[in-house]
Design a protein around this ligand. Structure first.
Ligand SMILES: NC(=O)c1ccc[n+]([C@@H]2O[C@H](COP(=O)([O-])OP(=O)(O)OC[C@H]3O[C@@H](n4cnc5c(N)ncnc54)[C@H](OP(=O)(O)O)[C@@H]3O)[C@@H](O)[C@H]2O)c1
Length: 287
């Protein structure tokens, strides 16, 4: 048994954070590779973020996962930001490298890996993304490197237009943004290969909500929902019922975690172990 004094400490900070699946997922991964790391959840109130980061730095925290509401605010307390996280404007992973806190964003990479499991070649695909918040921005910036045609629809139309305008500068394919309404949704869904729900619609406890119903879903469509609680949202249930391909948010969770694991340990993550830990925990909680 290795000395506890040499244990590297990682944590997720957020508020609320009690529901986080990250401790179970990362501790299972550390254990599987016999690494002397441990991972805890810390509730940090929005107004106490600066104090918390100072304290975490002083105690020599090795790595952080950052969740709501701190993903944007934490940037000003870090020493360096990776380019992708800077473009996205949000950080979900921090590495303490010799006392320097470096911010990364692995959400988009996780989403892309989850989608590519079902659609390995994205070239020329028509993608409709609902939402223009933090998750949507991360996915949008990661999709920018792929040759896809992206339509962003958001309840607050201005946010979709602004995100699309920003992405245009770096997008390899085509990108447009509009307000989400019946007409724009119907038009977008008439010719689409991949539908991404990057909103919180359908998340527990409002599990009966969906922005798209089965009448608008063709069997040839791939539907990805970023929501992971419940594991099968109403959107995914309806998509599966018509024979469409589905990708759940837990896959994104595991793959963004795998990317964070690699940043902290410089080792490839045991993805299967992490996936099983997340699935077991979701089932244990009855999500
Ligand atoms: N699977 C994963 O690993 C992972 C990672 C990150 C986030 N997530 C999940 O992604 C979801 C979004 O998180 P976020 O960080 O992007 O949140 P956020 O920044 O607050 O953005 C929320 C988005 O949802 C939209 N929205 C909310 N209620 C809506 C409604 N009733 N109808 C239509 N649109 C609605 C918002 O539209 P407006 O702009 O009009 O308000 C906005 O686009 C959450 O469920 C979160 O748990 C999953």
């Amino acid at each position: 048994m290795e000395s506890a004094s040499k244990t590297k400490l990682c944590a997720v900070i957020g508020d609320p954070v009690e529901h986080s699946l990250s401790p179970v997922m990362h501790n299972a991964a550390f254990k599987a590779l016999n690494l002397n790391y441990t991972y805890i959840a810390l509730r940090v109130e929005k107004k106490k973020l600066r104090e918390a980061v100072d304290w975490l730095r002083n105690i020599g925290i090795h790595g952080l996962s950052v969740t709501m509401p701190h993903k944007v605010d934490i940037i000003k307390y870090l020493d360096q930001i990776d380019r992708l996280a800077e473009d996205i404007g949000a950080v979900n992973t921090v590495l303490n490298k010799n006392g320097q806190l470096i911010g990364y964003n692995t959400d988009g990479i996780g989403a892309l890996r989850a989608i590519k499991e079902k659609v390995p070649n994205l070239r020329g695909k028509k993608v409709v993304m609902l939402g223009a918040g933090g998750a949507a921005r991360a996915i949008g910036f990661t999709l920018a490197g792929e040759d896809v045609e992206l339509t962003i629809l958001n309840r607050t139309g201005g946010k979709a237009v602004r995100l699309a305008d920003f992405l245009k500068k770096m997008f390899r394919g085509m990108v447009s943004g509009s307000k989400l309404d019946k007409r724009t949704l119907q038009t977008a869904l008439s010719n689409v290969d991949i539908l991404i729900n990057a909103t919180e619609v359908g998340m527990s406890p409002r599990t009966n909500e969906t922005l798209v119903t089965r009448r608008s879903i063709k069997p040839s469509l791939t539907v990805f929902d970023v929501v992971y609680a419940p594991l099968e949202t109403r959107l995914l249930r309806e998509a599966a019922a018509v024979g469409a391909t589905t990708v759940n948010g837990a896959k994104m969770l595991v793959y963004q975690g795998a990317e964070a694991f690699k940043i902290w340990t410089r080792l490839d993550a045991p993805v299967e172990v992490m996936w099983n830990a997340v699935l077991n925990e979701i089932r244990r909680r009855g999500l």
